[in-house]
Design a protein around this ligand. Sequence first.
Ligand SMILES: [Fe+2]
Ligand SMILES: [Fe+2]
Length: 205
Amino acid sequence: MQEQEICDWLKAYLDEKRYIHTLGVRDSAVMLADRYGADVDKARLAGLLHDCAKSLSKDNMVCKIREAGYALEHEIFQSEALMHGIAGAVIARQVFGIEDPEILSAVECHTTGKRGMSLLDKIIYLADLIEPNRNYPGVDELRDAAVEDLDKAVLMGLKFGIEHVLVTNRYLHPRTIEAWNDMLKAEKNVGTGNLCCCDKLTNDI
Ligand SMILES: [Fe+2]
Ligand SMILES: [Fe+2]
């Protein structure tokens, strides 16, 4: 499917604000892919598709995820925001014929992160947070970090997300904790035996 056809589909299914956000994520993903040597076409596609399930109802998302044979972990039911990444990967495959596992992974984990994030996973995770229409305290700092050091920026983004979830008293998905611990371990280049991630997390927040 050509990009224009994908955009037409997205424009029809997403509200205007979400559609504009989607184009912003596409552009930021392309910028980051170019900067860090990732596949620009995959970044463009994953950026465009990352929120393609955002307008579905919770029941509809559950149906699509079940039909596609995904294991619906108990945790996923805690939040539609968490569910739309997985449902998005299902739609990317079913509607747009995407079979590339890197693109599907980046769409799937863009809300939670996960352990062992690929370069494309990190790019889409960050592009979602820094696209030009985003406006929240700290976003400029995160934009600067994103072009300086991708891994540090992902850690910063995860920290923003975790802090926000805790402050608003909402469910924190285990994959986000795993992503944080994994990225922190890589950043500090130490084994788990040398770092108590729980203590670090507690101290940082
Ligand atoms: Fe999203
Ligand atoms: Fe998004």
